[in-house]
Design a protein. Structure first.
Length: 575
């Protein structure tokens, strides 16, 4: 049993697998990767279409839950996090969205020096193996495979949705991860040759052949151990035994937006009052640990479908059996996709500079976790505002790592978030009402015609919206004078030595889209920082932003001002 290495990484998720690969690739360092879960060699993980299954298995999911959310009718919302090699990249929806360039400029403006888009783009490119080939924006030959799916031609609903967006006056985008995020287009996924390409498959599997990497599974980390203010090791449980693992150089926490702040708190770093109530002695009183919690909410906007072409007709025993058999034999077909193959990013209103609403289109009407489908045929969009103002927190209740933490996202606490939802619902109805959907649209199932006024929309969102499973920002980077910034721009925990955090918890603000891609980028960039390597040269590229974003919500509709409509109409191609 290994007892000392150069680097200890806690958490084998989206970031931890990358760090394990990069810190061992030159053979100069020994690394131990400590993961509370087990191995990921399950067909339910590897088959893309089975994405809802591992999310519902305690073997792979921490099954965290919020406290009753005060602005969501007191509901407790599910907060799944991966507990397996690959972490949440092994149980997520495989959607690949980098975020908008302005998201990262926002990070730098908030005090995370060197994390603006021009400095992050080289690491997106380094990580990526994009099936469309390399250009100024996209990478080719990296570990993380990204594809554009295989089912666009299987179902006409995908193209109908994209056409409806164009008819509603929105631009098209041929690559929302490239120059232009805003608009309607084809969605990208972390799938390679029909297999989920988690960071365990992309980064960890090749690295596990190296003698200087030690992967320890089924090992729950209790706390970080210190000599004064220097992190020197961890204490972890494996089976009935408690073990110690020492680090000659550094401890790196990569346990995610829930795991990393709570591990810091169990180690004595966090708000002193919370630590005191939990029975933990305070080493560093830091109010930012576990604060600033952000997430995306979404609703399933569902419609009946006139034609029997949706996935609702493929849920029977024999249909599912054939899909699975084809995938096992050939690695293709409906088993090889997550079914989110069309998408959109739009702005909610004039005066918003970059998109703040995201659409995932699904040619089926069912819950994301697979637990319920409507009868008959239907389709849906998963939609919600992507730049919420509300902030929550997470904290421990005791020193016991087996006791689940208190999680409160505080969804909809800010009035602007409710206003954004009203825009979201009305804009979605307008899009689906376009002529391109006439041959398919057969009545709104959810929210339903009875939900139309502001009060009715607010009530529906409070009662029905679900987490999009994007918790983040709980151990944020920031400037020295920001009392809430736990980390400096090199991901070091302020007030300590030899301790860093690298995962989605370090985001200053949540990005516009799913979080796996930006987390991968963060880990690639942090790996160079930790190794003391010169950063990749910044890239100056053109990013499209509607030149009239202050005056209009979209290019193809009447220009508006705060005082109401203006007579000028801007054509859809004026971009």
């Amino acid at each position: 049993m290994i007892t000392e290495v150069d680097y200890v990484i806690v958490g084998a998720g989206s970031a931890g697998c990358i760090l394990a690969n990069r810190l061992t690739e030159d053979g100069a360092n020994s690394v131990a990767l400590v993961e509370a879960g087990g191995h990921d060699r399950s067909i339910y993980i590897q088959m893309p279409t089975a994405l809802s299954i591992p999310m519902n298995l305690e073997r792979f999911n921490w099954f965290f839950e919020t406290v009753p959310e005060p602005h969501m009718d007191g509901r407790r919302l599910h907060c799944p996090r991966g507990k397996v090699l690959g972490g949440s990249s092994s149980i997520n929806g495989m959607v690949y969205v980098r975020g908008h360039a302005r998201d990262f400029d926002e990070w730098a403006a908030a005090g995370a020096a060197g994390w603006d888009y021009r400095h992050c783009l080289p690491y997106f490119r380094k990580a990526e193996d994009w099936t469309g080939g390399a250009d100024d924006y996209r990478g080719e030959g990296g570990p993380q495979a990204v594809s554009d799916g295989n089912a666009m031609e299987f179902n006409p609903l995908y193209r109908a949705f994209i056409a409806a967006g164009q008819e509603a006056g929105y631009p098209l985008t041929d690559d929302y991860n490239g120059r232009q995020q805003e608009g309607f287009g084809q969605m990208h996924m972390t799938v390679k040759d029909g297999v989920r390409w988690s960071t365990a498959n992309a980064y960890l599997r090749p690295a596990m052949r190296r003698s200087n990497l030690h992967v320890i599974t089924d090992a729950l980390t209790d706390r970080v151990l210190f000599d004064g203010r220097r992190a020197v090791g961890i204490e972890y449980r494996q089976g009935d035994e408690t073990r110690r693992l020492n680090a000659r150089r550094e401890i790196i926490l990569a346990a995610g937006a829930i795991g990393s702040p709570t591990l810091l708190q169990r180690s004595g770093i966090g708000p002193a009052d919370i630590l005191g109530r939990a029975g933990v002695e305070t080493l560093i009183d830091h109010p930012g640990v576990g604060a600033n919690l952000q997430d995306h909410l979404e609703i399933y906007f569902q419609y009946g479908c006139k034609r029997p072409i949706t996935l609702n007709g493929r849920l029977g025993f024999f249909s599912r059996g054939w899909i699975g058999a084809r995938w096992l034999l050939f690695g293709d077909g409906l088993g090889a996709t997550n079914h989110f193959e069309a998408c959109a990013f739009i702005r909610s209103r004039a005066g918003v500079e970059w998109p703040d609403i995201q659409y995932h289109f699904l040619p089926a009407a069912m819950r994301y976790d697979g637990r319920a489908a409507v009868s008959g045929h239907g389709f849906q969009v998963h939609v919600g505002p992507n730049k919420p103002k509300s902030r929550g927190n997470v904290h421990i209740l005791s020193p016991d790592p087996l006791e689940k933490p208190m999680i409160r996202f505080n969804y909809l606490a800010d009035e602007q978030d409710l206003e954004d939802w009203r825009h979201c619902v009305r804009l979605t109805r307008e899009i689906i009402a376009q002529p391109a959907m006439d041959d398919y649209r057969d009545g709104e199932i959810q929210p339903g015609p009875a939900v139309s006024t502001d009060a009715e929309i607010d009530a529906f969102v409070r009662a029905e919206a679900e987490s999009a499973y994007h918790p983040s920002c709980t151990v944020k980077m920031g400037a020295d004078d920001d009392a809430q910034a736990v980390l400096d721009a090199d991901c070091r925990v302020r007030g300590t030595e030899g301790l860093r955090v690298v995962d989605s918890s370090i985001f200053p603000t949540i990005t516009n889209g799913n979080l796996n891609a930006p987390t991968i980028m963060v880990a690639e960039k942090a790996a160079d920082i930790i190794r003391g390597r010169a950063p990749l040269p910044a890239l100056d590229v053109d990013i499209w932003v509607d030149p009239l974003w202050r005056e209009r919500q979209r290019p193809g509709k009447p220009v508006r001002s705060d005082d109401g409509p203006v007579t000028e109409t801007v054509p859809a191609d004026a971009i």
